[in-house]
Design a protein around this ligand. Structure first.
Ligand code: NAD
Length: 260
């Protein structure tokens, strides 16, 4: 379905971004990976997922908190593949603390990586998408773009911000073949959430398995984690022709979290 297209997925060396990259590769898209840590393992996984379609995978280690790095990443993607057809703004970090104790440098980093980076990638991707009259921008927001939790002020502010930014992008592209939508996951068991599981286990003095049940029980009626692959399939739907007129939605996949 996506043969010949190129997808750039930020923060795709791990977790949800890697899951989305694999699903898009399976549909035949070339992939630009980004993120910290080992890139060779993720590159091999994504190549294997798209092997039947003969896809190519490139990697750029831009720090998404830095505008100059992001400009370099977008120029790299254009040079490698001609243009970015599908942009998935996924890179994100978390910090859990009350407002009074929130380290100001963590606040700045969360706003930069979880929100401002999407402004930079989007402004740089839009001209080529509009010229081709086809593009897909998918912002990985969160249920925290729709509702709040205590102790997550920067994250909730950034995620509400990206849901708003998604709507503006959708409006500014509404008469074109470019669409922009957000995905709002509930709990997904990635390294980002494992840290919160470990912190809960230590705070309450229970096992990791018990801590997972506590976290799910607080928020998610299904008592199940959503998987990166399930989120990847939602991204594939947003890229399909059936989604040509899906514009500006914030689609939660959250086991019933925001239905309550
Ligand atoms: P993760 O920690 O597994 O992956 C985060 C990715 O972002 C990694 O590849 C990491 O290297 C990259 N990254 C972090 N800082 C970066 C930076 N400055 N520059 C470039 N890359 C950077 O986390 P995840 O759970 O897969 O989170 C991915 C996205 O999904 C985030 O935006 C997160 O807010 C969102 N999300 C996660 C959950 C969840 O339950 N895990 C729920 C809702 C939303």
């Amino acid at each position: 379905m996506l043969k010949g297209k190129t997808a750039l997925v930020t923060g795709s060396t791990s977790g949800i971004g890697l899951g989305i990259a694999k699903c898009l590769a399976r549909q035949g898209a070339h992939i630009v990976l980004n993120g910290f840590g080992d890139a060779e393992g993720p590159r091999a996984e994504v190549l294997a997922a798209g092997a039947h379609a003969g896809i190519r995978v490139a990697y750029h280690g831009a720090d998404m908190s830095r505008a100059a790095d992001i400009e370099d990443l977008m120029a790299f993607a254009a040079k490698e593949f001609g243009r970015v057809d599908i942009l998935v703004n996924n890179a994100g970090i978390q910090h859990v603390s009350s407002i009074e104790d929130f380290p100001t440098e963590r606040w700045d980093a969360i706003i930069a990586i979880n929100l401002t980076s999407a402004f930079h990638t989007t402004r740089l991707a839009l001209p080529a998408m509009k010229a081709a009259n086809w593009g897909r921008i998918i912002n990985v927001a969160s249920v925290h773009g729709l509702v709040a939790s205590a102790q997550k002020s920067a994250y909730v502010a950034a995620k509400h911000g990206i849901v708003g930014f998604t709507k503006v992008t959708a409006l500014e592209t509404a008469t074109t073949g470019v669409t922009c939508n957000a995905i709002c996951p509930g709990w997904v068991l990635t390294p980002l959430v494992q840290k919160q599981v470990d912190a809960k286990a230590a705070a309450v003095g229970v096992s990791g398995e018990e801590a997972k049940k506590i976290l799910l029980g607080e928020k998610e009626p299904s008592m199940q984690f959503t998987t990166p692959e399930e989120l990847g399939e939602l991204a594939v739907f947003f890229c399909s022709a059936a989604a040509n007129n899906v514009r500006g939605v914030a689609w939660n996949m959250d086991g019933g979290w925001v239905a309550q």
